[in-house]
Design a binder for this molecule. Structure first.
Ligand SMILES: *Cc1c(COP(=O)(O)O)cnc(C)c1O
Length: 397
């Protein structure tokens, strides 16, 4: 595959493993074992069985008739919102906990921002009976109370991180530090296609089940495997990596990711990494970052907590640089409008993150026979308070 990671963990100039020496044993073990484990028949059987019976896969590929009439083209929705725990994140946590078991790890750590990845990790730890510790910025602990309670109910220990801005970046630093101190019994489940090699590749492979299913589902619907367009929102980039993966070597498929512009890419209140960033190293990986002239990471902002990350996975940096995929920025307001439009046209309340992909429809022009796939990365339950505030402000009912 042309866009595959190389032996050293690079996608072109991006990727790698810029790790402190103390983390070397953990990363080496994972790097040396992950491909063998994942291609083994015992892993494959357990992974496929859990995806089917526990997660509820395959997720439907739904032809959205009213949305298609409104925007033109033939628009299909990949329904990751219907997965157990409400988003694509569980595809990754199921896969990684099965890898952790085969590495004989007994303790799992994770970072979380909004709490979605923390909940998905706590869920699979309960399922497998493994100890779970989730690092979360203290600011996020305070503003994401329902997910904190979910993690606790699932048996996880939630550790508030008081350093830095007390959000996702700091939670990731907390988890990395824990891993250095607990190299023998602990596996770190990273929640996106970020961090040191082999995480970006491992997580992309686990999420690639999304595009694997789309290929045969589109064949059933349309008599062809490849759509004309694939749209997905991008935070760290795992749902987009999963939905792009099996189309990367089909150049006729146009791949478009949407970043969160926040209040706008020309303001400081943004999380649009590719639109505003430059190359650097964050969380042991060389990639595009939001940083100032001194190389200090700048604080990202988006209405959607899941897109509020100052970096992006190295695969996306490379797809951006090579032009294989395009990336557009969507503001808070555009995403909110798109969430209400999708809800009223199709009866599907999306996660605010996913709404960033739908907002792009307003800026596209499709031919009648264009086949368009949009990834619905998650459902909107967690965002109801934000939606309710909008309705009250606009006096909608
Ligand atoms: C976490 C999350 C995202 C962003 O993460 P990616 O790694 O970019 O996919 C998007 N949508 C939902 C619903 C999420 O929970």
């Amino acid at each position: 595959m042309k866009y595959e990671v190389d032996k050293k963990g690079f996608y072109g100039e991006f990727g790698g493993a810029y790790i402190p020496e103390a983390m070397y044993p953990n990363i080496e073990e994972l790097k040396n074992r992950y491909l063998d484990i994942m291609s083994g028949s015992s892993f494959q059987k357990e992974f496929q069985d859990l995806l089917r019976d526990y997660v509820g896969r395959p997720s439907p590929l739904y032809y959205a008739r009213r949305l298609s009439e409104h925007y033109g083209g033939r628009i299909y929705l990949k329904r990751e919102d219907l997965n157990h725990t409400g988003s694509h994140k569980v595809n990754n946590t199921i896969g990684q906990i099965l890898i952790a078991k085969r590495l004989r790890k007994t303790r799992i750590i994770a970072e979380t921002g909004a709490g979605q990845h923390g909940v998905a990790t706590a869920t699979v730890c309960a399922l497998m009976g493994l100890k779970c510790v989730v690092y979360m910025g203290a600011v996020d602990v305070a503003r994401q109370a329902p997910n904190v309670l979910r993690m606790k109910m699932l048996g996880a220990e939630v550790i508030p991180v008081e350093s830095g801005n007390k959000t996702l970046k700091d939670a990731t630093n907390g988890a990395l530090r824990d891993w250095i101190n607990n190299p023998l019994d602990t596996h770190y489940i990273i929640g996106s296609v970020v961090g040191p090699h082999p995480y970006p590749d491992m997580v992309a492979r686990l999420q690639s089940v999304i595009s694997e299913e789309i290929k045969w589902q589109l064949m059933e619907h349309e008599g062809r495997e490849n759509p004309d367009y694939v749209l997905a929102c991008v935070g760290g980039g795992s749902n987009a990596a999963g939905v792009f993966y099996h189309f990367l070597d089909n150049p006729e498929v146009k791949l478009i990711g949407t970043e969160a512009a926040g209040l706008g890419v020309d303001t400081h209140e943004t999380a649009a990494t590719l639109a505003t960033g430059s190359p650097g190293v964050l969380h042991s990986c060389r990639t595009m970052l939001m940083q100032n002239e001194d190389g200090q990471i700048t604080e990202p902002y988006s209405i959607s907590a899941g897109l509020d990350y100052p970096g992006i996975g190295p695969l996306h940096s490379q797809l951006f640089k090579s032009g294989r995929a395009k990336y557009e920025s969507i503001t808070d307001q555009e995403a909110l409008d798109a969430a209400f439009k999708l809800t009223r046209l199709e009866g599907i309340i999306p996660a605010l993150e996913s709404a960033h992909a739908f907002a792009l429809l307003e800026k596209m022009k499709f031919q009648e026979n264009d086949v368009v796939v949009i990834n619905v990365s998650g459902r909107g339950d967690k965002d109801m308070q934000t939606y309710i505030d909008v309705m009250q402000k606009n006096k909608m009912d």
